[in-house]
Design a protein around this ligand. Structure first.
Ligand SMILES: [Zn+2]
Length: 473
């Protein structure tokens, strides 16, 4: 017989990277007059929260990817996968909305940080992939929850046995810290939406607890959850760990170290914008390096991805293959070009993800003054003077994670692109024409054990492109 009880799992989710769960609306910010900002979901107190449905859906798909939990258990716990189906079932597990803990003190030097809402604003530029310059008119403003914000999550699982609760505990304990983690919200391929989970307590109501409650005749008081003893929780965690051992890792991680030779700068557009509104004489430089929440210099995952992808596109075109133009991207409902198949298209998840690249050597700065040449007259335009704070010879570390679903030819293209990266053929950030952003790279991809596989994949890629090139799709 099944040990059927009502379970309650409680814990804290903390944002590790920026989180954006859109509510389909726009908002405004006092310091960004007239600018429309894509907003995040907020509760009645105007504080950001994480909808239970978001967590439920993403935890479910992570468990499915792990494929260590029987389908019928998943279905019973989370409901039918296709909720539109006629015989669709709702799942047992009730995920409550995860509201932010009260009184959180978050330190931030962002000009747009709002303590009350627990949000910040990210200004993102759209990069023209073919010219690799920022498209000036295309600034996007996103509201997001920065790293370090804590939310309380409660999950109730009524009338369930241990066998149903253990997969859920497994997902909570391992899914958020996994190599291919549970990601919440938008922009998942750019390292957003990562959370950290800490179990607070597991409690239960057994049938005999209910009986006792009825006998005690305390109808004015709800039947209370009873916290499990430490050794009971430990036993559950051990059983959850056994699931981990049985599931295989499906992600390959490639560590990349970028070694810049000379100045490097990725603009922090929010700082630049602040400066543009500053009319005083001794304002700061016009270009300021982008930093992460630990105040370290970063090359954002999205910038790395953009430059890496455009190099891959160049390789495809050089070999006679087709890669769509960013101004005329592939339609995800039709056949995708080679680049979109690997790097993703609108509405389609990428098979490759990147982390931000973070500086790992000691920081050294210089300030440089520039005179922008007016492109139409060719003369030095007088109001076009600007200055930049650059980082000298930085070394930045990051990771590229590739899905096991990548085909051999796709790995071949990645290998060729990584080789160009190692050789210094890809520049990053501001001012490549001014000698900025030149770098060589070190990776753990081209090791001896990998050599045979890489050669095979590169060969397959060349053949694949040539074949496709003739049909030109
Ligand atoms: Zn495409």
């Amino acid at each position: 017989m099944r040990n059927s009880r009502i379970w309650r799992i409680e814990g804290i989710l903390t944002t590790v990277t920026p989180l954006h769960i859109g509510d389909g609306d726009i908002t405004k910010h006092d310091k960004l007059k007239d600018i429309e900002i894509t907003s995040v979901v907020k509760d009645i107190d105007d504080r950001a929260y994480i909808p239970g449905t978001s967590l439920k859906g993403n935890i479910r798909s992570w468990l499915k990817r792990e494929s260590c939990v029987p389908c019928n258990v998943l279905e019973e716990l989370f409901g039918s996968e296709d909720s539109q189906k006629e015989d669709a079932l709702g799942g047992k597990a009730e995920f409550w909305n995860a509201y932010a803990l009260p009184e959180q003190s978050i330190s931030s030097n962002s000009p747009y940080w709002e303590q009350k809402r627990l949000t910040d604003v990210m200004v993102s530029v759209s990069i023209d992939r073919s010219k690799r310059t920022a498209i000036k008119e295309k600034l996007f403003h996103y509201e997001f929850v920065p790293p370090g914000v804590k939310f309380l999550l409660t999950i109730i699982i009524p009338y369930a046995g241990e066998d149903e609760v253990i997969p859920l505990i497994y997902a909570l304990e391992h899914g958020f810290s996994d190599d291919d983690p549970i990601i919440i919200g938008a922009s998942s391929s750019n390292d957003w939406g990562k959370l950290n989970w800490k179990l607070n307590c597991i409690s239960k109501i057994d049938p005999e607890d209910v009986r006792k409650w009825i006998c005690d005749n305390s109808a004015d008081k709800a039947c209370e959850f009873i916290p499990l003893q430490n050794d009971e929780i430990k036993a559950l965690l051990n059983k959850a760990n056994e699931l981990k051992i049985n599931s295989s890792s499906k992600i390959e991680k490639i560590n990349i170290k970028l070694k810049f030779k000379g100045p490097f700068l990725v603009n922090d557009p929010s700082q630049v914008e602040k400066n543009e509104t500053d009319k005083t004489e001794n304002k700061g430089p016009d270009h300021i390096p982008r930093r992460n929440y630990e105040n370290k210099v970063v090359l954002p995952a999205s910038s790395f991805r953009g430059a890496f992808r455009s190099q891959a596109e160049r390789i495809i075109r050089t070999l006679g293959g087709y890669a769509c133009d960013p101004s005329d991207p592939c339609n995800p409902k039709e056949k995708l070009c080679l680049a979109c198949q690997i790097f993703g298209a609108t509405g389609q998840k990428s098979l490759i993800s990147f982390t931000d690249f973070v500086q790992c050597n000691e920081e050294e700065n210089i300030r440089q003054e520039f005179v922008a040449i007016d492109r139409f007259t060719g003369g030095g335009a007088k109001s076009f003077k600007f200055s930049a704070d650059a980082i000298v010879d930085p070394e930045l570390e990051g990771t590229m994670a590739i899905s096991e679903k990548l085909k051999c030819w796709e790995i071949g293209l990645l290998a060729l692109t990584l080789r160009d990266l190692q050789d210094g053929d890809i520049t990053f950030g501001f001012g490549s024409s001014k000698g900025y952003g030149k770098c060589e790279a070190e990776t753990n991809f081209f090791v001896k054990e990998n050599e045979e596989r890489i050669n095979k994949c590169v060969k397959e890629f060349r053949e694949f492109v040539q074949k496709k090139g003739e049909g030109n799709v």
